[in-house]
Design a protein around this ligand. Structure first.
Ligand code: CO
Length: 137
């Protein structure tokens, strides 16, 4: 079952500059940064009521965000729904014809379990599902 809009992720070419923009110009509070080695991303989280903005940047110049930035120079990268049981949701949606980028959930920020629905399954929008296993900012 989908519980909430967990976050909206924006791919940024300059993480420090984007953090300053969201903190200083937009007045949001930086909850934290985290390098997610499994996803090869550096991330920064800004909570806003009901959800969070996640800035994503390539970790050490590698990973899937590199290609995205080369193609588009930055932009809306994905949205993420939090779910109560990621394996059950993956099975349910696969049964409806959705394709996932991987068959098994991977490990995301804050040791959550994550899976991505192929954008071709959903109007060109990359959709992440997350099952949180611990408290997170
Ligand atoms: Co995400």
């Amino acid at each position: 079952m989908i519980l909430s809009l967990d976050h909206i992720a924006i791919a940024v070419p300059d993480l420090e500059r984007a953090i300053r923009r969201f903190a200083d110009d937009f007045g949001l509070e930086l909850a934290g940064t985290e390098d997610v080695v499994s996803a090869k991303t550096s991330t920064a989280f800004f909570p806003v009521p009901g959800t969070r903005i996640e800035l994503v940047h390539p970790l050490n110049g590698t990973g899937p965000i590199v290609k995205y930035l080369e193609k588009r120079g930055g932009g809306m990268h994905h949205l993420c729904f939090s779910v109560d049981d990621i394996r059950a949701e993956m099975a349910r949606l696969t049964g409806l014809g959705y394709r996932f980028l991987s068959e098994e959930p991977g490990v995301g920020a804050h040791e959550s379990l994550v899976a991505f629905i192929h954008p071709k399954s959903s109007e060109g929008v990359l959709i992440e599902l997350v099952e949180h296993t611990q408290e997170h900012p």
